[in-house]
Structures are given as C-alpha cells and as structure tokens.
Design a protein around this ligand. Structure first.
Ligand code: MN
Length: 252
C-alpha cells in the first residue's frame, strides 16, 4: 500500500476507535495531514465516525476546498482542521469532538488539567476559546477559515483547546498520538468531575506533566492503539515506535 492508502486505513480505524471510546458520537471528526502534500489534509465526508469507510475519506486543501477523487458532503466544521494545520507545521493529526465530560469545563471557571499520569499529554494549560468574543451570537459552529484561524490562535502551542459551549480540539504528531490524547482527555475530565465532588483536588504539577510528556515513549501509544483496534475489530498494523519527534528508544 502507498503512504496515502496506509493513512486512509489508519483514519478509518481512528474514527471507529474514537466513537467506541466515547470521544465522538454521531458528530465530531478526526483528520490527518496528507503524507505527501503538507498543504492538504484527509477527513471523512460528513458521516457518523463509527460508520466511516475508506471510500468516505476525502482530500482537502487547507482552506477547505475539496480536491481528489472522493466527493461527498464535507463536514461544515472542517475549517478547524485546515486552520490548525496552517498555524501549526508540527501538527499531523487533529480531533474535534464534543466529548461529554469535557463540555462542563468549557462553560464554567473550573480548570481542566491532568490529575492522573496517563493524562499528562493534555498539558498543564488548556485555553478556552469563546466564539462569541469575535463573532457574536452564532450557532457555535466553526464554519469559515476566519473562525478556524481565530480558534487556532487561541490553541497556540497547546495540545488541546476547549471551545465554550461546544467541545474541544486536540492535536498530535500522529493519528495514534492524537487518539491517545483525546481518549485520556475525556477520561481525565470524567475522573476530575468525580474527584471534585469529593473535595479538594491535587493536580499533577507542571514538573510532573513535563516529566510525563518528555518521557512518553511511542510504545505507550502502540499499546493503547493495539487494544483499541481489537475493541472495534479493526486490524492492528504495528508501527515502529522509535520514529518521529519526541519518540525515543531509551525511555521505554
Ligand atoms: Mn463541533
């Protein structure tokens, strides 16, 4: 298979995993930067993620124009993806979701930060983008590049940004990394809501989060990915886990 075909298969699997792990429901999406054309990305047509198939994966320019052979109705919020790839050359995959335990943190002053070691990659600071600041009363959907770029400016260098009254978007250096971060983002939010109901919470320190993030081995993503593939009956394709920025053989 070519690199593009490999990535299309990976995206189909990621769609199914994120739906199964309750990050996505009938809505929300995951994209990947095109492996040969860095100014293009791949994203399913507007369809419930757990139903996504190879023939649904469309190709777009960063400004959201449909290119390539596969056509269909695109997601109206695809501009989140293009604007993020435009602003962040390091980002190779983007998830946009409405994961249910995250949304409460978008509409309250309660801070969302890691409380458990597996959740360190969500980062110590998670900004909250409010579409109303620049665009007034809308249906809250990110339906233009202007909106997408405003969101990407709030995301900055972070791994995750909340979207008030809507959900969040998560970025990563690979499909497997962004799936991992998205799953643990939702789990951390769920655990944090429970912990807050019990009393004062001790969050991970900035130093602990840095130690976790810097020491995270690709093997960790592989271990999760293999298990999540099995849960959705998708083939597991092993990846070399000493590849890419931040992956190190020595810290496994
Ligand atoms: Mn949305």
């Amino acid at each position: 298979m070519t690199a593009v075909q490999d990535l299309v298969e990976e995206l189909v699997t990621a769609n199914h995993i994120l739906a199964h792990e309750r990050v996505l429901d009938s809505f929300g999406h995951i994209s990947a930067r095109h492996p040969e054309k860095s100014d293009h990305y791949l994203l399913s047509r507007a369809r419930a993620p757990e139903l996504a198939e190879r023939r649904d994966i469309m190709e777009f320019t960063l400004d959201g124009q449909v290119v390539g052979e596969i056509t269909g109705k695109p997601y109206s919020e695809r501009f989140i993806h293009g604007a993020t790839y435009e602003a962040r050359p390091d980002v190779m995959a983007v998830v946009h979701n409405h994961s249910p335990n995250v949304v409460p943190f978008t509409v309250t002053k309660q801070k969302l930060r890691p409380i458990m070691h597996m959740c360190g990659p969500i980062g110590s600071t998670i900004p909250n983008w409010d579409i109303r600041h620049k665009f007034g009363d809308t249906n809250l959907l990110v339906t233009s590049m202007e909106m997408g770029r405003d969101f990407a400016a709030t995301l900055g260098d972070h791994a995750v940004a909340l979207m008030r009254g809507h959900g969040c978007s998560v970025v990563g250096r690979s499909v497997r990394e962004v799936v991992f971060t998205s799953v643990y983002m939702e789990l951390n939010a769920e655990m944090l809501i429970k912990a807050l109901s019990m009393g004062e919470v001790i969050y991970l320190s900035d130093g602990e989060i840095a130690a976790i993030t810097n020491g995270r081995a690709g093997f960790t993503f592989e271990r999760g990915w293999e298990n999540w593939c099995r849960r959705v009956s998708r083939p597991y394709v092993p990846r070399s886990w000493d590849m890419g920025a931040g992956f190190s053989k020595t810290d496994t």
